[in-house]
Design a protein around this ligand. Structure first.
Ligand code: F6P
Length: 567
């Protein structure tokens, strides 16, 4: 079968390429004066307000981007995804995270089977189990209720749930449900992370949730074995049944590990790890902490965006718009990075989650049919909550490299404070920055203005801001569980839009495999050297030298050692 043409061979792509030179002659300072243009670049859905007028685009650019979307068959690709077609072709899998938050009565098919009833079977099981644990009906091996949870997982089995947990922690409704309970995460195989995750926890009152899609991930499995030891050395091996549960697609391995299959919460291979926060991966630990009713609102928020993404015309479709703008910035304007800047401490773990979601999905060098890409795809995502970022890396964003920025803010604070006598409330102070920064980036400050401000000549180059630096602003009504679900789904779909247009597979991750297999070789060497005093061999000079140096400090393998200093 003839391979499909690369999108870069389409007329629409070439047209956009040519259009770049026109945009290079514009400055945002001028583009922002065109009110009609700006108005056409503001979109609202269910109170979520997107303003992309500070992107380096004209109405003409947008028209060309919509044509590119057509050439890339974006609509058809979205329909294929929702229709359960195996669009993850290298793994022969459907991509159905939308089914995880579908309404109970919805029908979504994979392999000819409606998957929604299975999804709700697991959700019902989580509701039942989490209510039992939260009410004290499920007790630990010594008869005490389990009030603390450690969720063990890495990558997609960690970052999404961590982001949502951080976001809900200070939401008044969610916080009320979480009173007296703790949710911790253990991701890194570094024993320091083990020590931190169980610091001040008592195995008698702790439930460990092992979260791993494959149940083979080296870091997670060693961490799970470590916490199993923590529980059984204190409460006896029989305690594991009451203190450990699992979330996985690999139920036989869960059983082999020693967790009762009745206490395993399933998900399916049509859920990509980084797209799994709405499966039991996120729903179980979050329901244990905040109750299923709160987490259900989060799922409903994601569902509302799923419906919007599927049905809204591209001109008013938030994930499509922000996805196309990222394609424009990365591939046509040549900006390799994107800064994610939430003006909310509650979203402090949003950027780390989007890093995996985006970079593992779109960090690809070949098209979906294996042809090397003759253009740059994917982007470098990073970010920090404003205003902390302002006092850290914004210098580079204002006067160094051009980094398109996503400013994310909320109309209402989760924790409003107003001090009598202050000019503004604390949230208004925060949001003053949210509104000011995009204009500072777009307009900059030129030498004439500096002269008028009587800036000495020798400082003018240093105080000049070139401006013309693109950003977009997303203003959410608040940061309830529902809003957080919406925000998550906007970014999930944005990343899919980018991948669909670039013509890559956003749902596999072969790039993580090589490092894993090399680590296996090192692991064997460390064992051989530590236990049998074998010399280092089979590595290049650099690695041999580093390993030999590392092995100079002898750490005998003579029994179980759990972190002592902190527990
Ligand atoms: O980093 C590679 C990866 O496979 C991610 O895609 C995934 O989220 C993570 O490892 C964890 O995998 P698992 O849930 O199977 O333990």
């Amino acid at each position: 079968m003839a391979s499909p043409a690369l999108i870069s061979e389409s007329e629409q792509w070439k047209d956009l390429k040519q259009h770049v030179s026109e945009i290079q002659t514009t400055h945002l300072r001028d583009l922002m004066n065109d009110v009609d243009r700006c108005q056409s670049m503001m979109v609202e859905y269910e109170g979520i307000f997107l303003d992309y007028s500070r992107q380096r685009v004209t109405k003409e650019t947008m028209g060309k981007l919509f044509k590119l979307a057509e050439a890339a068959h974006l609509k058809e690709k979205i329909e294929k995804m929702y229709g359960g077609e195996k669009i993850n072709s290298t793994e022969n899998r459907s991509v159905l995270h939308v089914a995880l938050r579908a309404a109970r009565e919805k029908e979504i098919y994979s392999d000819g089977k409606n998957v929604v009833p299975e999804v709700w079977q697991v959700l019902d099981k989580i509701k039942d189990f989490s209510e039992k644990v939260r009410s004290g009906a499920w007790i630990g091996a010594t008869g005490k209720p389990l009030k603390d949870v450690v969720s063990v997982g890495i990558g997609g089995s960690f970052l999404g749930p961590l982001f949502v947990h951080a976001a809900l922690q200070t939401d008044a409704v969610a916080a009320e449900y979480a009173k007296g309970r703790q949710l911790r995460f253990l991701a890194n195989v570094d024993p320091v992370d083990v020590a931190r995750s169980i610091k001040d926890l008592d195995p008698e009152t702790t439930l460990v949730v092992v979260v791993s899609k494959t149940f083979t991930t080296a870091e997670t499995m060693l961490n799970a074995r470590t916490l199993r030891e923590w529980i059984s050395s204190s409460l006896g091996a029989g305690a594991v049944a009451k203190h450990m549960v699992a979330v996985s697609t690999n139920l036989p391995l869960v059983k082999d590990f020693g967790i009762d299959p009745a206490n395993a919460f399933a998900f399916w291979d049509w859920v990509g790890g980084r797209y799994s926060v709405c499966s039991a991966v996120g729903v179980l630990p979050l329901s244990l902490q905040y109750s299923f009713s709160v987490v259900e609102k989060f799922l409903e928020g994601a569902r509302s965006i799923d419906n919007h993404f599927y049905s809204a015309p591209f001109e008013s479709n938030i994930p499509v718009l922000v996805g196309l703008l990222s394609v424009w910035n990365v591939t046509f304007l040549g900006y390799p990075a994107r800064a994610i800047l939430p003006y909310s401490q509650a979203l402090e773990k949003f950027a780390p989650h989007i890093q995996q979601l985006s970079m593992e999905s779109n960090g690809k060098g070949v098209s979906i049919d294996g042809t090397p890409l003759p253009f740059e795809a994917g982007e470098i995502d990073f970010g920090e909550p404003g205003t902390n970022g302002q006092h850290s890396f914004y210098q580079l964003i204002h006067q160094g490299r051009v980094i398109p920025c996503d400013f994310i803010g909320a109309v209402r604070s989760q924790q409003p404070i107003y001090l009598k006598g202050e000019v503004v409330s604390n949230h208004d102070e925060l949001m003053s920055n949210f509104f000011a920064q995009p204009d500072a980036l777009a307009y900059g400050k030129n030498p004439d203005e500096l002269l008028r401000d009587k800036v000495p000549d020798h400082l003018i180059p240093h105080k000049t801001f070139t401006g013309n630096r693109p950003s977009l602003s997303i203003l959410l009504p608040s940061l309830s569980a529902y809003d957080v679900g919406q925000l998550l789904a906007i970014y999930e779909h944005r990343i899919a839009v980018q991948g669909f247009v670039w013509g890559i597979n956003s749902f596999d991750q072969w790039g993580v495999e090589l490092g894993k297999s090399l680590a296996t070789q090192v692991r064997k060497q460390l064992h051989a050297s530590r236990v049998d005093e074998k010399p280092v061999q089979g590595f290049n000079f650099s690695t041999t030298t580093l390993l030999s140096r590392f092995l100079e400090v002898r750490t005998p393998y003579d029994g179980t050692v759990l972190p002592k200093n902190v527990i």
